[in-house]
Design a protein around this ligand. Structure first.
Ligand SMILES: [Zn+2]
Length: 91
């Protein structure tokens, strides 16, 4: 019997490895916009963050989103992502 390992992803905030279902995915879609992707299924370059604001803020501070998603994030993009992310946390 083979043990099936869950796919691990690294949090952009704290660098913890976790089952990707425990993390929130962010994705840069083909139009260059970055979105929160709670389904984990959107096409595009993705990055993962623990489901808490500390890790989101850490990822922003360390500019990990820009690096992981190859996206240019302006302050207003960060603001929008923060709102989208916090909405998913309260669901
Ligand atoms: Zn984290």
């Amino acid at each position: 019997m083979k043990v099936k390992k869950p796919p691990l992803r690294t949090c952009l905030g704290c660098s913890r490895e976790a089952d990707k279902r425990e993390l929130m995915r962010f994705v840069r879609t083909s139009d260059g916009d970055v979105h929160v992707d709670p389904s984990g299924r959107l096409n595009g370059r993705g990055g993962y963050v623990c489901k808490n604001s500390q890790c989101f803020e850490a990822a922003v501070r360390k500019k990990r989103f820009a690096a992981a998603l190859h996206a240019n994030l302006r302050e207003e993009d960060i603001e929008r992502l923060r709102r989208e992310f916090e909405q998913t946390l309260t669901d």
